[in-house]
Design a protein around this ligand. Structure first.
Ligand code: ADP
Ligand code: ASP
Ligand code: MG
Length: 446
């Protein structure tokens, strides 16, 4: 149906200004298979710059508190008009700005406001490339509960793309059944790229960003970490979920179901190989024992102790029911014979700590109950761990040499990852010592 098409998604920093647009056009023009393009809104041009998406959220807040639209929208307008001018395009977004102003005055929602960054950037990019612009609201859909509707999207978007050999489809948003706009969560253009790749039956999803692929650890924490050449969907899922920010945590699902590989590439160094994300790594043996390290702060532990807890029928069920009733989702639940610790995102406790404590005490009647804040979780992930003995021991040794206290340990039965809970203050140090233990020391051995 589609001749060897590639879907290319460009992140905000790749499209931050006219200079970056030129790099993007060179990349697209270098390969005739790069026919579907998914842009983000313009991102930061320098470290303390503001992303257009954030400017739009600010604009929305300002207008709902009574400020004039034209004034609140000015910073957004300047970014786009600057790009158009510097690219020397003869197009204008004037009519679009008027329409957005009217929509704001008619009570358009916050998601609509945020989505205009991708929308307007898509119009400029399509004009610059000579590609057709396809509004994501015409092909990407949510159901009435606000969940992404994969079946309808695949059918509608597939039909549109079949008739459109080259198109720009803006990232980050789609339409609700009533036609209103809804966005994915932040960073969601990665997800759009994956959705488009599936609908187009693409041979490859290229995700262009500002790093040469997935690195073993966050480059803001570890100095010049090693790159990862090949990673499996499952490994990537673990790392993205645990905060490795390169790719949105849901972005692998659409392409995974269609067996389409993802290649993470660097717009500023297009010849670098980047990282290839594949369904299975049968032909790609792991280079190191571990593939990556990622982590997140802001967790709390609900710690419950009760003698003979394990002989009390239905104890866990009742406790989990209380959490569910409060909309709390347990991330991990290490248990002992007489203890259970439930690790949760701290923000989920906001405004309901006292009530939750009271309910859990009523239901569990514990000997000891405590909520401990300030926990960070670190995931050490790797397909190479499965067959190797002693990986956990090395993680613990690295942490204990650095005098870091381990508050929780969890290893999944798939043996793909080990998760440790530590004090937030030790977070960066812990990532660095684990990196040194597995990557630096193996490099010296090689
Ligand atoms: P884009 O705007 O292209 O979508 P993002 O900012 O969302 O880009 O993602 C790329 C950033 O992710 C990098 O600049 C880097 O700072 C950060 N990052 C976090 N963890 C990692 C990692 N393990 N490997 C590479 N980059 C990482
Ligand atoms: N522009 C959106 C954001 O800043 C979506 C994206 O960049 O993927 O979150
Ligand atoms: Mg991103």
């Amino acid at each position: 149906m589609f001749f060897m098409s590639k879907v290319v998604k460009f992140g905000g920093s790749s499209l931050a200004d006219a200079k970056q647009f030129k790099k993007v056009a060179d990349i697209i023009n270098a390969d005739p298979e790069r026919v579907y393009v998914v842009p983000s809104a313009p991102g930061k041009r320098f470290s303390d710059d503001t992303k257009v998406t954030d400017l739009l959220y600010q604009c929305y807040e300002r207008t709902i508190t009574g400020e004039d639209f034209a004034k609140a929208f000015q910073p957004v307008r300047e970014r786009f008009d600057g790009i158009i001018r510097e690219l020397g395009l003869s197009m204008s977004l004037e009519e679009e700005y008027v329409k957005i102003g009217t929509d704001f005055r008619n009570g358009a929602n916050r998601d609509y406001a945020a989505s205009r960054g991708e929308y307007l950037n898509g119009i400029i990019l399509a004009d610059y490339l000579g590609y057709k612009f396809v509004d994501a609201a015409k092909g990407i859909f949510f159901d009435s509960k606000g969940n992404f509707d994969s079946d309808i999207t695949n059918a509608c978007l597939g039909a549109i793309l079949e008739k459109t050999p080259k198109a720009v489809i803006p990232g980050f948003y789609g339409a609700m059944p009533d036609g209103s706009i809804k966005t994915f969560s932040r960073g969601g253009s990665d997800f759009t790229g994956s959705v488009v790749a599936k609908a187009a039956g693409a041979s490859l999803y290229e995700n262009w960003t500002d790093v040469s692929g997935f690195l073993v650890a966050d480059p803001r924490i570890v100095d010049k970490p090693e790159g990862i050449e090949v990673i499996t969907y499952s490994e990537l899922r673990e790392l993205s979920y645990m905060g490795a920010g390169v790719l949105h945590e849901d972005a692998i699902f659409p392409v995974r179901s269609a067996n389409i590989p993802i290649n993470i590439k660097n717009t500023n160094a297009p010849d670098d190989a980047g990282t290839l994300i594949v369904p299975s790594a049968k032909n790609a043996p792991a280079k190191y024992l571990i593939t990556g390290i990622a982590g997140k702060k802001d967790f709390s532990v609900i710690s419950i102790e009760k003698d003979r807890m394990n002989s009390e029928k239905g104890f866990m069920r009742r406790m989990l029911q209380v959490l569910e009733n409060h909309g709390i989702f347990p991330e991990h639940m290490p248990t002992g014979i007489d203890t259970v610790s439930v690790v949760v995102n701290s923000h989920e406790l906001d405004g309901q700590r006292d009530k939750l404590t009271q309910r859990l005490k009523e239901v569990a009647r514990p000997d000891h109950f405590e909520i401990i804040d300030g926990l960070a979780l670190i995931a050490v992930v790797g397909r190479g761990m499965k067959s190797a003995k002693g990986t956990a021991t090395r993680v613990f040794a690295a942490l204990s040499h650095a005098d870091i206290n381990i508050r929780m340990i969890d290893q999944g039965s798939s043996e793909l990852n080990i998760i440790v809970g530590i004090d937030e203050k030790d977070f960066e140090k812990a990532i660095r010592v684990i990196y040194d233990m597995f990557i630096l020391s193996e490099q010296t051995e090689k």
